[in-house]
Design a protein around this ligand. Structure first.
Ligand SMILES: Cc1cc2nc3c(=O)[nH]c(=O)nc-3n(C[C@H](O)[C@H](O)[C@H](O)COP(=O)(O)OP(=O)(O)OC[C@H]3O[C@@H](n4cnc5c(N)ncnc54)[C@H](O)[C@@H]3O)c2cc1C
Length: 387
């Protein structure tokens, strides 16, 4: 059986869904969104309770500027759908022993101050007064940090796209080729003919890439939700910010009765087809250890939920948002390297602009699909600056 469409999007995580939503608002094209496990499946990287939003990006002003624009688009989506998706909490960057983390916090403060978007410094006494849940010698505060309700955002993009006529199917794409127009084949034996193709396949992207394009390394990440031993209300978003410590990050109890804690530097390469989807006891212990130092009331809390998700890491953790260098009608959006969710409405819009042959509203040269055009590889100490 053959299906015909104008735009076919492969991968229904948040990036595919945001792209479908953006194209459907910007054009009258027929759009097909395919996902091998179905949109909102358990394996994709977008389907978790919550994700970090922040302006703070160390000295990397470009990402801060993208976050500023993305915040505008999240607010637009919230208004359009009457749904709260981004809960403002601020981001607290606690001073610790790790030089790299401390430098990141200081540079974030500098850039936020330079851009005049607001940032605070707390000494130890002020910190205890303002946020008694935490302990550290000092801390920087990004007032624009917040919690994104992740699965709810994915659901919102998908249902909005659906109501704008996007057709959504559960299908696995096995390959595509140019045969006077694009031909996309599925594992179910169907052929889809499309004028444009968008690949947003997250950690599975390598299997769909041609030689010469920059690839990704899928890495296994472990999330632990701890219920504080007392006074859960103190850890709700109304009183508790998102926080960064030396090697971990945390989100207040939003969408769940537990505070999410995870290691932000885990490098554990895996095959997405076979990755083990359960957490290691050792990671739970390390999260507790970090809490003993920075958030004592969480350290002995009950584990109320755990989850394994995969990052799709590029060598320098910059995204790929580009056209195929040899085929303008193929557009790629992948390699979101553990920090893409906060940009989803912006990335959806940028991919839509590429598909519709419009001028992208951000300079995309840094996000080239061609290896030769990309910034140098980062060391492992610099990588894993996820979230
Ligand atoms: C543990 C963890 C924590 C994170 N924390 C944050 C955070 O706090 N803040 C932040 O900004 N970002 C965060 N991120 C990153 C963010 O979640 C990801 O960048 C984002 O969800 C990636 O979305 P995606 O749509 O590219 O990929 P995915 O959500 O993985 O979607 C890809 C989809 O493609 C489908 N697919 C694959 N191959 C095929 C095929 N051949 N045919 C059809 N379908 C296919 C899959 O089934 C999947 O549903 C985190 C990521 C992880 C894993």
């Amino acid at each position: 059986m053959q299906i015909e469409t104008d735009v076919c999007i492969v991968g229904g995580g948040v990036m595919g869904a945001a792209t479908a939503h953006a194209i459907s608002r910007m054009s009258e094209n027929r759009i097909l969104l395919l996902d091998r496990y179905g949109v909102g499946n358990e394996y994709c990287s977008s389907n978790d309770v919550n994700r970090v939003f922040r302006f703070a990006y160390g000295g990397d002003q470009f990402y801060t500027e993208m976050a500023i624009e993305s915040l505008r688009l999240w607010k637009e989506l919230e208004k359009e759908t009457s749904h709260e998706l981004l809960i403002p909490t601020g981001l607290l960057m606690l001073e610790g022993d790790d030089e790299h983390a401390n430098r990141f916090n200081e540079s974030s403060f500098r850039i936020l101050t330079k851009l005049d978007v607001g940032a605070h410094v707390y000494d130890g006494t002020e910190l205890r007064k303002r946020f008694p849940q935490f302990q550290a010698g000092s801390a920087f505060f990004d007032p624009h940090g917040g919690v994104l309700l992740a699965s709810e955002s994915l659901e919102t993009f998908t249902s909005e796209a659906g109501s704008h006529g996007v057709k959504i199917l559960e299908k696995r794409v096995t390959r595509f080729r140019d045969k006077s127009g694009l031909e996309i084949e599925t594992a179910e034996g169907q052929t889809i003919r499309a004028k444009k193709l968008v690949v947003t396949a997250g950690p599975w992207t390598n299997s769909l890439l041609k030689d010469g394009l920059t690839g990704i390394t899928p890495t296994r990440q472990q999330l632990i939700y701890l219920k504080p031993s007392r006074d859960l209300e103190k850890f709700r978003p109304s009183s508790c910010p998102v926080f960064f410590t030396d090697h971990h990050y945390g989100l207040p109890a939003a969408g769940i009765d537990g505070v999410k804690i995870s290691n932000k530097e885990l490098i554990d390469p895996v095959d997405p087809e076979t990755a083990r989807r359960s957490v290691d006891q050792e990671q739970i212990e390390q999260c507790r250890e970090a809490c003993r130092k920075f958030v004592p009331d969480l350290a002995e809390g009950d584990v109320v939920q755990t989850k394994v998700c995969l990052y799709d890491m590029t060598e320098n953790s910059d995204f790929v948002i580009d056209r195929d260098p040899y085929h303008r009608d193929i557009v790629y959006g992948y390699g979101f390297s553990g920090h893409g969710f906060k940009f989803a409405p912006l990335i959806g819009k940028l991919l839509a602009q590429l598909v519709l042959d419009r001028e992208p509203s951000f300079d995309l040269s840094r996000f080239s699909a061609q290896k030769s055009q990309r910034k140098p590889q980062l060391t492992s100490a610099q990588l894993g600056k996820g979230e």
